[in-house]
Ligand binder design. Structure first.
Ligand SMILES: Nc1ncnc2c1ncn2[C@@H]1O[C@H](COP(=O)(O)OP(=O)(O)OP(=O)(O)O)[C@@H](O)[C@H]1O
Length: 274
C-alpha cells in the first residue's frame, strides 16, 4: 500500500495535508496521533469510503477511489457492530455477512478463530463489550481479506480483554494478513505494530519501528538511585559504566535504569510539532 501526497479538506478545515506512507504486505502498521490529526480521514480514503482532494493512493495494487467489488472483497473493515443485529445470534450474524462475499471463509472456523465458539448460539445483544469486538473482527474477516483495517479496536476494554484481543490480532497477522490499525494506546502500538507513523495536523511527523521511533533507541538512559543525601537521577549514554563507577561493588538502593517509553517519545513528538 502506498500513499503519496494525500490531501483532504472539509471546507476550510484541512484534515490531511500531504501524507506519505508505504505499508508492506503482511505488516502490522499503526497510525498514531492526537484527536483530529487526520487518521480517520486517511484510513477512510484508503478504504475507498472517502474521496481525496489530491495525492496518489494504491491499496492492493488499485486506486481505492475507483476500485470495484472484487477489490472490496479483498479488504476487511472492522466496524462497530450495528445495533440492528442485536437480536441475531453470533452465528447468524457471521453467516449473514458471509452472504456478501462470493468466496467467504467457513462461518464456524471464523467464530472459532475469534474465540467465540461457546457464544455462537448467543444473541449479539447478550455479548460483553470485548466479545462484541471479537464479533466485529469475525465480520471483518469472514470474506478472507488480505488487508484488514482496525479503528481503535480496544477502546473501553479491560486489561485482560485487551491482552486477549492482541493475541487475536497477532494470530491474524501470523497468517500473513496486512493490518492497518489506529490507536490511542501506545502500549498497543508497541505490542502489535511492526511499524508506526505519527500523524499531527494532517502530516506524518515521524515513522519507524516502535523501538526506534523518534530516535528512541539512541536516547540517553535515566539512572536513578537513593544516595545517602537523598534521591539522585543522572542522564547517561553509558548506564553500565556509570553504575559500575557509582556502586564500586556495593548495592545502590532503589536503582532503576529507564529509557524514554514510546509514550514519552510520542508526547515529545506531538508537542514539538504543534
Ligand atoms: N465529515 C467531516 N466534516 C467536516 N470536518 C471533518 C469531518 N471529518 C473530520 N473532520 C475534521 O477533519 C480533521 C481530522 O479529523 P479525523 O477524524 O480524520 O482525525 P482523527 O485523527 O481520526 O481524530 P480522532 O483521534 O479524534 O479520531 C478534524 O479537524 C475534524 O474535525
Amino acid at each position: 500500500m502506498t500513499v503519496r501526497g494525500l490531501g483532504k479538506s472539509y471546507g476550510d478545515v484541512t484534515a490531511v495535508a500531504g501524507v506519505d506512507l508505504a505499508i508492506r504486505r503482511g505488516e502490522v502498521f499503526a497510525l498514531l496521533g492526537p484527536n483530529g490529526a487526520g487518521k480517520t480521514t486517511t484510513v477512510e480514503v484508503l478504504e475507498g469510503h472517502r474521496r481525496r482532494d489530491r495525492g496518489e493512493v494504491s491499496v492492493l495494487g488499485e486506486d481505492p477511489g475507483t476500485a470495484g467489488r472484487a477489490w472490496r472483497a479483498r479488504i476487511g473493515i472492522v466496524l462497530q457492530t450495528a445495533n440492528d443485529a442485536a437480536e441475531l445470534t453470533v452465528r447468524e450474524s457471521v453467516r449473514h455477512y458471509a452472504g456478501y462475499y462470493a468466496h467467504p471463509a467457513d462461518v464456524d472456523e471464523v467464530i472459532e478463530r475469534v474465540g467465540l465458539t461457546e457464544k455462537a448460539g448467543a444473541r449479539v445483544k447478550s455479548l460483553s463489550g470485548g466479545q462484541r469486538r471479537r464479533l466485529d473482527v469475525a465480520l471483518g474477516i469472514i470474506g478472507g481479506p488480505e488487508l484488514v483495517f482496525l479503528d481503535e479496536p480496544t477502546t473501553g476494554f479491560d486489561p485482560e480483554a485487551r491482552r486477549q484481543f492482541w493475541a487475536l490480532i497477532r494470530s491474524l497477522a501470523s497468517t500473513g494478513t496486512t493490518i492497518l490499525l489506529t490507536t490511542h494506546y501506545l502500549d498497543e502500538a508497541e505490542a502489535l505494530a511492526d511499524r508506526v507513523a505519527v500523524i499531527v495536523g494532517g502530516r506524518v511527523v515521524a515513522e519507524g519501528t516502535p523501538a526506534t521511533l523518534g530516535g528512541r533507541s539512541q536516547a540517553k538512559a535515566t539512572v536513578s538511585w537513593l544516595a545517602e543525601e537523598g534521591p539522585r537521577t543522572m542522564l547517561t549514554d553509558t548506564p553500565t559504566a556509570l553504575i559500575a563507577e557509582l556502586s564500586r561493588g556495593r548495592e545502590l538502593p532503589e536503582l532503576t535504569v529507564t529509557r524514554p517509553s514510546l509514550e514519552d517519545t510520542y508526547l515529545e513528538l506531538i508537542g514539538e510539532t504543534r
